[in-house]
Design a binder for this molecule. Structure first.
Ligand code: UD1
Length: 342
């Protein structure tokens, strides 16, 4: 098949590109190479890959990029949590407007297959299990609670502590920051487009993606990259909250494989797929694993917090396995050791 891959020069995009090529597809990349997202200036695509340097909001450029393609893998986005509220317009413009421009151009070009990079942050605080009230959705944590070191969100009904639960795709969407809101918006715009055009959408809700090529030393870098950079400077990883917050760190090659499977196999309707390794870890545990691999100082638990952060978010990726036949292959400690050595 011939795919248009937007954001193909990005961290996950480059791995998706490699995977698409390995599977024998033709790929055209559309990427703006904007400097706040790409730490390395300039990027040369592999041989046989056509690169069109343009922003996804540039309708004429998108139209040109869509010529002759069978499907689109849309990865181009401004990532991260956002530094402050001043980031809102850029998230809305880059991610919401960018996707809207792409979808309108796809409709004009009669391209009906879309694979969308979405995110687990769409679920907000996710799901917790209350002994009395079963599966509940915790509300946002207040600044007051966080400042006094109460990091665990309580049951919204009785206020008692919750035990961890895995989030299914059917969980309510509850975006808590600019980036999360833009990812939810992208999913809704894509669903609107599909209803009108008969198009198909696979929205891949990625968990915390790590691995070679992770952006470093930018305000938008993920925690694994931040810790690796600190350790390389001989500094201890600074762990926020009490380090007990859980994430599912999923390797970028597994994420790329999931994305390409969805692009190849998902051919009807609108479907979301969680993409996680299935083995949640605490951020403290991850910091320790990296410190050991890099033989650096032990992590420091700082008690600091970011208001937009969720406490725990861990996926159930059974749908991706049963419907598309995906299996994660990179085990956590091997993946972290690879990241440390990269
Ligand atoms: C990450 C991604 C987001 C993606 C989501 C999917 C980044 C920047 N964000 O969000 O794009 O949609 O996963 O689930 O890659 N932390 C520290 N010390 C630090 C920085 C962070 O302890 O110096 C903690 C945070 O408080 C948080 C955890 O690490 O609890 C993860 O933070 P981060 O890597 O920014 O990712 P998410 O917010 O989970």
């Amino acid at each position: 098949m011939k795919f248009l891959l937007t954001g193909g020069a990005g961290f996950i995009g480059q791995h998706v590109l490699r995977r698409l090529l390995a599977r024998g597809h033709d790929v055209r990349v559309l990427d703006s190479l904007r400097p706040d997202v790409h730490t390395v200036a300039g990027w040369t695509p592999p041989a046989d890959v056509e690169l069109q340097v343009a922003d996804v909001r540039d309708a004429p450029a998108v139209e040109r990029a869509l010529q002759g393609v069978d499907g689109v893998v849309h990865m181009a986005a401004k990532v991260g949590l956002g530094v402050n509220i001043g980031d809102l317009p850029d998230y809305a413009s880059s991610n919401d407007v960018g996707t809207a421009v792409l979808l309108a151009a796809m409709a004009r070009a009669s391209v009906v297959r879309l694979t969308l990079a979405s995110s687990m942050v769409a679920y907000g605080e996710g799901v917790g299990q209350c002994q009395e009230h079963g599966a509940v959705t915790p509300g946002p944590r207040t600044e007051r609670a966080l400042a006094s070191g109460q990091f665990e969100p309580p049951c919204p009904q009785c206020g008692k502590p919750l035990s961890p639960a895995l989030v299914l795709e059917s969980a309510p969407l509850d975006p808590r920051n600019a980036y999360a809101s833009s990812k939810v918006a992208q999913e809704f715009y894509a669903a609107n487009w599909a209803r009108v055009t008969g198009g198909t959408v696979a929205a891949l809700r990625y968990h915390n993606v790590y691995g070679p090529g992770m952006p470093r030393d930018t305000p938008y870098a993920g925690v694994a990259a931040i810790f690796t950079s600190a350790l390389r400077r001989g500094e201890a990883p600074m762990v926020f909250e009490d380090g007990g917050q859980r994430r599912d760190f999923v390797h970028v090659r597994d994420v790329a494989a999931a994305t390409v499977l969805a692009a190849e196999k998902h051919v009807s309707g609108v479907r979301a797929f969680n993409v996680g390794s299935g083995t949640p870890r605490s951020v403290g545990e991850m910091a320790t694993a990296l410190a050991l691999s890099l033989q650096g100082p032990r992590p420091i638990i700082t008690g600091r917090y970011r208001l937009g952060d969720v406490r725990h978010i861990t996926a159930d990726s059974a749908r991706l396995k049963t419907e598309l036949g995906w299996r994660p292959e990179v085990e956590f400690s091997a993946g972290m050791a690879e990241l440390a050595a990269a």
